[in-house]
Write a protein that binds this ligand. Structure first.
Ligand code: ADP
Ligand code: MG
Length: 680
């Protein structure tokens, strides 16, 4: 039996300094090592004759050494030179500062060399190729794995260590999938798969191995999520009162709810009244009207004798919710309060006090709600808005403030359904797939930088008619300092050079909540004509009079994000516009811009985004809480994902707790994978 938890330092070829390097790669145990998968492969299996070698290509040759190694001094370096030949021609092979190589070659013996060819005037040269003796195939003569590396650890080193690791485990790995599943889905056994994923004999073997490993990885994630969900279902939740009627709110609304809103409310209503605790994701495009859904749900909780908490990612958004809730619910005798970090100490203490005494029915706020001193009398419902801004941990943290309260998570990031199942597999999903009527399509144009003047004229025309404009700054990768600079620079340009006659202001994430609120307030009141902003305005802000949005360097944003930003306009009675200014001539950029101009449908856009960027980037920007996938790629492996989702559901239908003997491997697999990170 192999001990997979064995420290990697006991593997052959791993000395004290290499241990540290391996640790840097996240490799601590033998198991970590063998599941550290190659990034790509190089085919070094088919030798060429020297005569056939072309300049610039990477080639494997098999050749006999025909001279002793010579040292040549060159600008402070020594160059080692070797002449080799095969049946067709000779070649010169050189290295720099590798005197020790001298002992590695014997005149008259055959070696394999793999490397990049330089061919000048018919002379073939290799510089620093990898090599093997005739019998060995460590670096050449096969398909060679290429690993993601860290400084100071070479492919060669890691490959050797990996080979030693694989040798220790091969034929001794316990099977991690049940026999019946291997059979039914024609999957390779774990031993061969592990060997072939690192050192495939042929590319088709690699595919067979990868297929099995991806299946296993996706199946275990899906099973874990579904089990979490089953646990929720079995947990007894609050049974909210049938007498608390959402229709009280619906009847006082100034508009008619869409069919989709009504359907979703019914799903929530049933869930709240049932014994099952609610853990539900509400997906709906920007502007689809999620807030009223939250409002009706909160109302139901309050009229059933509980308190509700509404958590939003920014103070601006929380404040806006507060205004909406107050307008609609105060006349129905519901007491709402706002808790954000900007308020005075005295006010805060007062709120906390009343919250504990049950004198506040609905608490709306930001992260501030999560603080330990925020205690409810009887919290029954938690709504978090724009879920992707909150980690799953925070989601659970607030839920712990009550006794198993119902949870509603709202997001405007449309996620293709299959992917939603893996991202939010632990939640039930409700979707608002319809916008309120008479929403006007936002006309979107993509323009190159050289059109700036025309764009500015267009903005001015709108301003003259009394409208307002947003200018959104380019993202400067994950760096708030830089983002700030770009806001300030744009502000200079627009306020001094382009529109000195208008009131221009700027807003960014580093400002104090009070400052931000103040600026938003003035923008809402039309005291500001042009608002320059980072993506802080991305979520939820409602200023119906602003009908034009210019996004600078639009090529730097993800499509889903552009779509969210664009949703800030088109909220009033005026025809609205979104202008995407982009730089660069890349085909992908153009295609992305085209998608934005052609459709306003968030789901279509997110599918496209995923397709054009790949799942890594797509999820990278979403800050989801899932463990990273070691081998699966959610976009490329979508077919396996779909298959596995069906498999997982069938397995759990038959054996909800994975107690049957035949499913024991699955149980272990999940425990093993998620024990450390069940915070998903
Ligand atoms: P989001 O889903 O992006 O959070 P909101 O809830 O902020 O959207 O709704 C956007 C705007 O549409 C709000 O001003 C809201 O009052 C309004 N609204 C919501 N539902 C309807 C409806 N059925 N008919 C007309 N307007 C609606
Ligand atoms: Mg919203």
């Amino acid at each position: 039996m192999v001990v997979l938890e064995k420290d990697v330092k006991y593997i052959k070829g791993v000395g004290p300094s290499r241990v540290l390097l391996l640790n840097k790669l996240g490799i601590f145990t033998l198991k970590d090592l063998i599941t550290y998968y190659p990034r790509t492969y190089e085919d070094r299996s088919k030798p060429k004759y020297i005569y056939e070698c072309e300049d610039g290509e990477e080639v494997l040759i098999e050749a006999v050494v025909c001279s002793g190694m010579t040292n040549v001094r060159l600008k402070g370096k020594t160059m080692q030179r070797l002449i080799v030949r095969d049946e067709t021609a000779s070649a010169t092979i050189t290295w720099f500062n590798q005197q020790y190589l001298k002992s590695k070659f014997t005149i008259g013996n055959k070696y394999k060399f793999f490397g990049k060819v330089t061919k000048k005037a018919g002379k073939v040269m290799f510089t620093s190729p990898v090599f093997d003796t005739e019998e060995k195939t460590q670096n050449t003569g096969r398909i060679v794995p290429i690993y993601p590396l860290t400084y100071n650890l070479s492919q060669n080193n890691l490959r050797k260590i990996m080979e030693a690791g694989i040798q220790e485990v091969f034929r001794n790995l316990p099977e991690t999938l049940p026999e019946y599943i291997l059979k039914e889905y024609k999957l390779q056994n774990i031993n061969d798969a592990t060997k072939q994923i690192h050192f495939p004999n042929e590319f088709k073997d690699f595919n067979i191995a990868r297929n099995r490993l991806v299946f296993e990885e996706l199946l275990s994630v899906q099973l874990a999520l579904l089990q979490l969900k089953n646990n929720y279902i079995q947990e007894k939740g609050i049974k909210f009162s049938k007498e608390a009627k959402m229709s009280d709110v619906i009847n006082t609304l100034p508009f008619k709810l869409t069919k989709a809103q009504l359907r979703v409310l019914e799903e929530i209503d049933n869930n709240m009244e049932s014994e099952k605790s609610m853990n539900r994701l509400l997906q709906g495009d920007v502007g689809s009207g999620k807030t009223v859904v939250a409002m009706c749900s909160a109302y139901k909780a309050v009229k059933s004798g509980y308190q509700a908490a509404i958590m939003a990612p920014t103070a601006i958004l929380a404040t806006q919710h507060m205004e909406n809730f107050k307008t609609m619910l105060e006349k129905l005798n519901v007491r709402c309060e706002l808790l954000i970090s900007g308020i005075t100490k005295k006010k805060k203490e007062d709120i906390l006090e009343r919250l504990r005494n049950g004198e506040i029915d609905i608490l709306i706020g930001t992260h501030a709600i999560l603080e330990d001193n925020v205690q409810f009398k009887n919290l029954g419902l938690v709504v978090t808005d724009e879920q992707h801004r909150f980690g799953v941990k925070q989601r659970t943290k607030i839920a712990e403030k009550g006794e198993n309260p119902d949870v509603l998570v709202m997001t405007a990031t449309p996620i293709p359904r299959t992917l939603a199942l893996i991202l939010y597999g632990d939640l039930d999903i409700s979707i608002i797939d319809e916008l309120p009527p008479n929403r006007k399509k936002i006309d979107t144009f993509a323009v190159n930088k050289n059109m700036t003047e025309r764009v500015n004229n267009f903005i001015e025309k709108q301003l003259k008619e009394g409208r307002q404009a947003y200018i959104v700054c380019p993202l400067v990768e994950e760096n708030e300092e830089m983002d700030l600079k770009s806001v300030e620079k744009l502000y200079e340009t627009y306020s001094k050079e382009v529109f000195p006659q208008y009131k221009v202001e700027y807003i960014h994430g580093k400002m104090k909540p009070k400052e931000k609120d103040n600026i938003m307030e003035r923008f809402k009141n039309k005291e500001i004509d042009i608002l320059i902003s980072t993506t802080v305005i991305e979520v939820g802000v409602d200023v119906p009079n602003s009908n034009i949005m210019v996004i600078e360097n639009a090529e730097r944003f993800g499509l889903a994000q552009l779509h969210q930003l664009r949703g800030r306009v088109g909220r009033g009675e005026y025809k609205s516009y979104c202008i995407l200014k982009y730089e660069g001539k890349g085909e992908k950029t153009k295609e992305r811009m085209k998608v934005m101009c052609e459709t306003n449908d968030g789901f279509v856009i997110s599918e496209k985004d995923l397709e054009l960027r790949g799942s890594g980037d797509f999820f990278g920007t979403m800050q989801h809480g899932l463990p990273e996938f070691k081998i699966a790629n959610l976009f490329e492996d979508i077919d396996i994902l779909k298959l596995v989702q069906g498999v997982a559901i069938r397995i759990l239908d038959e054996d909800p707790k994975l107690e049957q003997e035949k499913n024991r491997p699955l149980k272990e697999l999940i425990r093993d994978k998620f024990a450390k990170r069940i915070e998903i």
